[in-house]
Design a protein around this ligand. Structure first.
Ligand code: Q9C
Ligand code: ZN
Length: 341
């Protein structure tokens, strides 16, 4: 299987995230992608290719123009306001407050985000664009007939919506790739999100769309980030009604229960009848993940890959989360080798 990878992910290298009431070194770190790349090489998965630059148009097909302008200017505006350290938002508009874009950079950070765990620094925009190009380059190969392609994206994307960032995500790489496939001949595309966290951004982007099916298996929002989306009764709206399927699972979920949900999601994707499949590939479902609460083991990822292959669709794998850095390479690449068996 071909892997798409850009070293420019290293420009996203925050000093701290706010998590569980503490400022800690970010779990989402450059070494994650390096460990996955190292494993791709170790097992001889296939060629490793740098991305092409697709420009802004495929990003604008998914994200709000004002949001993209904010991301492009955020670090410069932050520095102009006298700071040199990472930018983090501190407060948010809530019920009863005005939903207007503020003039100040601090206000804009809040307006365009939903958490304080996602630092912006000098290289954030560059790294985020490179990550989207990694996804798009993979999508182009899938369009050209590849059975499976691995886009080794970093930073991840599935928490980013039309006009907000958060959960370590800025541009929704999987959504951008899915939309590009729609715009280049695929009448229907399915997105399957197996990251531990709900893909709130991806769901939001396609919620009213009948042409893109979204299924997500994730920690139940009654217990888990992002808390405000990911329930089972979110089934799509308008002409998108029925094209969204959530499988919230409680803390402590092991492979057997998780795999039952995967099989149900696969059945729904078959019924939908897609021409291409995009997988949001997070491996934070792993038993030793430091911020997650499922108990999957490394061998389980092989069976996940086999099951995805069973759908028989041209498939783009887009890297998302996974914070057990020592095992992230084995776990992610096991999905890909399982797919290729
Ligand atoms: N107590 C991805 O996996 N913070 N993002 C969780 C846990 C945010 C994860 C707090 C986790 C975001 C792409
Ligand atoms: Zn995750």
């Amino acid at each position: 299987m071909l892997t798409i990878y850009s070293e420019e992910h290293r420009y996203q290298d925050g000093k701290a995230e706010l998590i569980d009431g503490q400022l800690l070194p970010p779990f989402e770190m450059p070494r994650r992608a390096e460990m996955v790349l190292e494993r791709v090489r170790a097992v001889g998965l296939g060629d490793i290719l740098a991305p092409q630059d697709f420009g802004l148009a495929p990003l604008e097909a998914v994200h709000d123009a004002r949001y993209l302008a904010f991301l492009a200017a955020a670090w410069g505006d932050w520095v102009k306001s006298g700071r040199e350290h990472d930018a983090l938002p501190l407060n948010w508009q809530i019920r009863g407050m005005r939903a207007l874009e503020p003039e100040s950079i601090d206000g804009k950070l809040s307006y365009f985000s939903f958490d304080a765990g996602t630092p912006i620094m000098s290289g954030t925009w560059r790294a985020a664009q490179a990550s989207a190009n990694v996804a798009l380059t993979g999508a182009a190969r899938v369009k050209e007939g590849a059975r499976g392609v691995f886009s080794l994206c970093r930073p991840p994307g599935h928490h980013a919506a039309e006009d907000y960032y958060g959960g370590y995500c800025f541009l929704n790489n999987a959504a951008i790739a899915a939309q590009w496939l729609r715009d280049h001949g695929a009448a229907k595309v399915a997105l399957l999100d197996i990251d531990y966290h709900h893909g709130n951004g991806t769901q939001s982007i396609f919620y009213d769309r009948p042409d893109v099916f979204f299924a997500s298996l994730h920690g139940h929002p009654k217990q888990e980030f992002p808390f405000f989306l990911g329930y089972e009764d979110e089934t799509g709206e308008g002409s998108g009604e029925g094209a969204n399927a959530n499988f919230p699972l409680e803390w402590g979920t092991g492979f057997e229960r998780w795999f039952g949900a995967l099989q149900e999601a696969a059945r729904r994707i078959r019924t939908f009848g897609a021409e291409a499949l995009v997988i949001s590939l997070g491996v934070d479902t792993y038993k030793d993940d430091p911020i997650s609460h499922f108990t999957l083991d490394s061998d389980d990822y092989l069976q996940i890959g086999r099951t995805i292959a069973g759908l028989g669709l041209p498939t783009l794998f887009v890297m998302e989360g996974g914070y057990a850095v020592e095992e992230i390479g084995v776990n992610a690449v096991n999905v890909l080798t399982g797919f290729e068996e």
